[in-house]
Design a protein. Structure first.
Length: 390
């Protein structure tokens, strides 16, 4: 027995030595690698750089990035108060409202600005969402009372096309008009644009880009949309079988899944491109704020898009979700005005390097950058403000 025991111990020691020599790392680190891993971020408090012309930005309700990691935001100049616009009113040197669309380079320099009413299109009463397609063109909706359409522009602000018409909505099963579109995502190989439709309607609509014809639409769980009032969100009730407005985002992953923000029901629902329901994730189910929690989503920059990032405006958090399991691994953020904190985080996007960009609505009125620092073991669920390490 002693000889057998010595042989077993010797074999174990040899295995440990082999691991040490082959990995160059302590054995306990190899065991620790079995912890859950998640992307780690730090806020960049110096991004973006100050705007020219004494400009201010208002409630910032959309962010997107292009292949060169330029960042586009859309904000609402009309949300700026009288006391913020002395220059516009001739009462003092500061300040003036910036144009609605701003483009920044990766370093945070303002590259271009444009937007507002123009010839040939109806600028939204209340702009909402900005998406950059793979050709670099921009898509925008609006959630004003008469915003029943969405628009396409070049990066320089040249108008390309309007889909739908203001003042024309006919409900969630109308095949032509929309009702307060929150966000769009574009599938150029299929020549389709997916519409989170939205604040007035309760559906996802898929539209042929060339013809403008609606090809299909669906509601929660793939059901036919029903516009009857579903009342206030109740965390103790059975899952609502219809979207509760606003249907606030739509994004398509590389593996062909469609992620929809059912903000009024505190959940993300996942579908196939034909509208077949796949699964859902409830975000902060006990939060009863009338805004809801599931504001926007973005994917990690790795080829598999392993992680999903969820902007939670009611709770001022960004959740990091493992897409394969739909498990929330960790979260960062807190309420506040300092860098890294949020006042109603509204929109979220990632660039090719994995950095995250967020915008804030209401009195938040800003865009922030969170620098990707690689994967790391999850040490705590709620990270709070992810301030740069010394």
């Amino acid at each position: 027995m002693t000889l057998r025991r010595n042989l077993l111990l010797g074999g174990f020691a040899l295995t440990v030595l082999t691991l040490l020599l082959s990995t160059g790392r302590p054995f306990q680190a190899t065991v620790g690698a079995q912890q859950k891993m998640a992307p780690r971020f730090e806020v960049d408090p110096l991004w973006p750089k100050p705007l020219p012309n004494h400009w201010r930005i208002g409630s910032t309700i959309g962010v997107g990035t292009d292949a060169k990691d330029h960042v586009y935001i859309v904000h609402r100049p009309g949300s700026l108060t009288r006391n913020e616009l002395h220059l516009d009113q001739g009462r003092g040197p500061c300040c003036a409202a910036a144009p609605p669309v701003l483009q920044f380079d990766p370093a945070g320099n303002l590259v271009r600005s444009w937007g507002g009413p123009g010839k040939g299109y109806e600028w939204p009463e209340s702009g909402h969402g900005i998406t950059v397609d793979t050709e670099g063109n921009l898509w925008m909706g609006g959630n004003g009372g008469n915003d029943d359409h969405f628009l396409q522009f070049t990066p320089e602000g040249k108008f390309l096309r309007q889909f739908g018409f203001a003042y024309a909505n006919g409900g969630s099963n109308d095949p032509w008009a929309y009702n307060q579109v929150a966000k769009l995502t574009v599938d150029l190989p299929a020549n389709e644009v997916y519409v989170a439709d939205g604040y007035g309607n309760r559906r996802v609509a898929v539209v042929d880009i060339k013809t403008g014809k609606m090809k299909r639409h669906w509601g929660a769980y793939g059901n036919k949309p029903d516009d009857r009032n579903s009342g206030a969100y109740d965390p103790n009730a059975k899952p609502a079988q219809q979207f509760r407005p606003p249907v606030h985002c739509v994004e398509i992953s590389k593996d062909g899944l469609v992620y929809v923000c059912d903000r009024g029901n505190n959940r993300i629902q996942v579908f196939k491109k034909d509208g077949t329901y796949v699964r859902e994730l409830v975000i902060s189910p006990k939060t009863k704020d009338t805004m809801g929690t599931a504001f926007d989503v973005a994917f990690s920059a790795d080829p598999q898009q392993r992680f999903l990032y969820v902007a939670n405006g009611a709770d001022d958090r960004v959740h990091i979700v493992e897409r394969a399991t739909m498990e929330i691994l960790t979260q960062f953020g807190d309420g506040g005005r300092q860098p890294g904190a949020f006042y109603c985080v509204h929109s979220i996007a990632t660039d090719t390097k994995g950095n995250i960009y967020t915008t804030e609505t209401f009195e938040g009125k800003r865009v922030q950058k969170f620098v990707y620092k690689g994967l790391a073991p999850v040490q705590k669920f709620d990270q709070g403000v992810v301030w740069p390490t010394p």
